[in-house]
Design a protein around this ligand. Structure first.
Ligand code: HEM
Length: 397
């Protein structure tokens, strides 16, 4: 067991307490003010809260390893073995090459029209109904209609998918109550994925079917498939739900930005980046170092675990001119909300496609987005997203 060097600033608050999960930004600012590397006494982790060092850490995947897990607790790291997320070097390249190409923009081109049509139908339906919950009826409905089919998850077994996927993120935090109570649901998902593979109960032509073909052709062992299924289904829902519901919230509360987007739809790709920068769906993941290292002059002992705080980096005043202002004219493309380097999000093309489709459908039909009751936030160790966002979509006349 290593001791943290005395020169490193220490932060004693619990950044995973319920209050901090609901309102994380003051903690991130305090961490950034303390230094480029901060010892989190409660979690026995080094936090990297500033943009430059986050990026540096993510890009140096030979030193800052994912293969020992990216969670902040050892049991989740054991449980996530075999995923692309939790692998390094050649292992990582091999896993990523198996199916990530299915999510590249070119491969997604055929899906585009279908996603656009579904987004339009959801917006039309929301207008007809008057008041809707933007989280359930728009932000969740779209990815649920698209991604499980793409991944190949059995159509009759989707009722628990959302709970399982959220739990699979939750367990990646520290070993707190929040993670512990999520564990049974996450285990359930893994057991179910194993059964899907045993019974070959996947949709033809899907990403899962492609993995099973690789097994038949001798390129992959059958037991390697369940973690890879989890790899793609688990991060495909809450992340995108976060981005789409944040988009609705941010444009509802900033009508000038909404008008700007309606007048200049060419700002859409940048708006998506600005949403992911401003309300990063993923707080942070860890890396392990096997040999001693330094980050910006701070010594880190061998065996240390480093928490890369994407959400804090995306609000770093050293990098962004006005980080706490949401402005779709910002040049936000360099945010680290989708990570960076070898492990940069494999599904970002799909997430961008879905978020863009929803915003496009909204700017075509909607004049104003009105929040009609107090929104609530979901509590999750890793994901920041709304739980409920009651809105009324006022159509253009
Ligand atoms: C707004 C939506 C999304 C956000 C903000 C997001 C964010 C991230 C981040 C930050 C990472 C890097 C993890 C690391 O550094 O260790 C990542 C990796 C990953 N994401 Fe996403 N993600 C999103 C949507 C998706 C979707 C829709 C899918 C799949 C359908 C997906 C699949 C993956 C996979 C497989 C990895 C692991 C890549 C690797 O380790 O090589 N993500 N994501």
């Amino acid at each position: 067991m290593f001791r943290h060097p005395t020169a490193v600033p220490v932060y004693r608050s619990d950044i995973y307490s319920r209050a901090a999960l609901l309102d994380p930004y003051p903690h991130y600012r305090a961490l950034r003010d303390l230094g480029p590397v901060v010892w989190l006494a409660r979690h026995r982790l080094y936090a990297v809260p500033r943009y430059a060092e986050c990026k540096e850490t993510l890009r140096d995947d030979g030193r800052y390893l994912s293969g020992h897990g990216v969670a902040a607790n050892p049991w989740a790291n054991r449980l996530s073995r075999g995923t692309t997320l939790n692998s390094d070097g050649a292992d990582h390249d091999r896993r990523r090459k198996l199916v990530a190409h299915r999510l590249m923009p070119r491969a997604l081109r055929t899906l585009g029209d279908d996603v656009d049509a579904r987004a339009r139908a959801l917006v039309d339906d929301a207008v007809r109904r008057g008041t809707v919950d933007a989280v359930a009826d728009l932000a969740t409905a779209l990815p649920l209609a698209v991604v499980p089919d793409l991944v190949g998850w059995p159509p009759d077994e989707r009722g628990d998918l959302l709970h399982w996927a959220a739990a699979t993120f939750d367990i990646l935090g520290p070993a707190n109550w929040q993670a512990l109570k999520a564990l049974p649901r996450s285990l359930h998902m893994l057991r179910f994925a194993r059964r899907v593979v045993r019974e070959r109960n996947v949709l033809p032509g899907s990403l899962a079917a492609e993995l099973l073909t690789a097994v038949d052709e001798g390129g992959l062992a059958a037991e390697e498939v369940p973690p890879l299924l989890i790899d793609y289904i688990a991060p495909s829902l809450d992340t995108t739900i976060s981005a789409i519901s944040s988009a609705l919230y941010l444009f509802a509360t900033r009508p000038d930005q909404w008008q700007l987007l309606k007048e200049e739809p060419s700002l859409l790709p940048n708006a998506v980046n600005e949403i992911v920068r401003f309300e990063s769906p993923l707080r942070g993941f860890t890396r392990k170092i096997l040999h001693e290292s330094t980050i910006d002059g701070t010594h880190l002992p061998a065996g240390a675990r480093v928490l890369v705080l994407y959400a804090s980096a995306n609000r770093d005043e050293r990098e962004w001119d006005a980080p706490d202002v949401f402005d779709i004219r910002n040049n936000a493309g360099r945010h680290v909300g989708f990570g960076s380097g070898a492990h940069a999000c494999a599904g970002q093309g799909l997430a961008r496609l879905e978020t863009t489709a929803m915003l496009q459908a909204l700017i075509e039909r909607i004049d104003r987005i009105e929040i009609v009751a107090e929104p609530t936030w979901a509590v999750n160790n890793i994901i920041r997203r709304h739980e409920h966002l009651p809105v009324k979509l006022i159509p253009a006349t």
